[in-house]
Ligand binder design. Sequence first.
Ligand code: GLN
Length: 491
Amino acid sequence: MSLLNLTLAQASKALHAGEVSATELTTAYIKAVEELNPRLNAFITPTPELALAQARDADARLKSGTATPLTGIPIAMKDLFCTAGVRTTAASKILSPFVPPYESTVSAKLKAAGAVTLGKANLDEFAMGSSNITSAYGPVENPWKRTGSDAKLVPGGSSGGSAAAVAARLALAATGTDTGGSIRQPAAFTGIAGIKPTYGRCSRYGIVAFASSLDQAGPMARTVEDNAMLLNVMAGFDEKDSTSANVAVPDFTQALTRGVAGKRIGIPREYRLDGTNPEILALWDQGIAWLREAGAEVIDISLPHTKYGLAVYYIVAPAEASSNLARYDGVRFGARVDGHDLIDMYERTRAAGFGPEVKRRIMIGTYVLSHGYYDAYYLKAQKVRALILRDFQQAFTQVDAILTPTAPSAAFGLGEKMDDPVTMYLNDVFTVPASLAGVPAMSVPAGLSSEGLPLGLQIIGRHFDEETVFAVSAAIEKAAGFNALPELRAK
Ligand code: GLN
């Protein structure tokens, strides 16, 4: 069991010191997946044989002295990253037969560094959701439970499989993608850390597209340090993605010990929403106190357009999704349902291939882009998006980072918030603004609710200043001393 409780950084040290082999570590994780995946459904496609072959290569590299810090580290790959020769579904029926002939840049970089892929992690269909219940391959169960209750909880979404796998020790770390909160909110719901880097920091090449102006890949892992080690490898310019930024990638682990003395931390008053769970507000106050004690200066700031964030997001994201998803027409790849002519085949294929949430987004997106509504909705939303970005730019003239809660609640029950999509969308209220502005943001586990569930704090930084985000996150992590584990198996 103890092998599974190592952090990525500890496992990396143990591998390099020869205290454990990549094959032993990988075998322990494969066993854990076999034991718990039938219950948690964190992986759509486990790839144990591939993992063992990669582990053997990793052992050879570790022996020959060509290993990197990630060599031999078993990870879960969100099933939105195309993996050559390994089925990639985006948790949709329409992609159920899809085996990509090529590899996404981010997964290729992790592979090249020697990371071992345990399998493809479950998610909301096409990453649309906040609870992993829209997956065509069934929901993911959060390994955490409320104290004294056996009710199944959601792991958050859309990277719910990645989050559950890391929290339940079915993987040392995972990849995620975040369009409006899909790394940060599931990280918060499962007691792990995850960062959405600056838009453009990681290549989107080979990631199944949801909303291209928002989608961004990032790591999810137990600690802030583990995230920094992963981002070191995942980040970087890629000429195959025209929005990838040609910006140097620093060694993010160097930022972890910078501390926050003298740093100015902004507290946006608009995030104190009426009706927010008092426990979340108390945790936020606690986070403020921790940073003050560590020497930061805390400054009250205003992000006045925050209240439009969700409305803008739920126009822009569906608009881009409706356009991106037009390619799934049964012609070149994916599932097909035959019809009596071409149009009929398109219609039958899309009707059978997409789930209800994806259809809803396509309808909303098509509507807001349609003649007569484009100016009223899409163009207006783009203008307000620019104002949201300006709010952040303005704030970052006064502060170095911003502290907020990650989500307005702890993990909720499987099946809750299902009757009305808007209730589900409200869960993204704290994460969506950073996505619209393209700034980096991290969720760090900071405490437990009175019901025994993990809660996260969000640290938002300037464009391409993930280093400050890591420094502040590391300070919160240290002060919080969060080391609770879900009760899944004997320790
Ligand atoms: N929950 C948000 C949505 O449903 C965000 C999803 C994401 O970041 N991929 O769109």
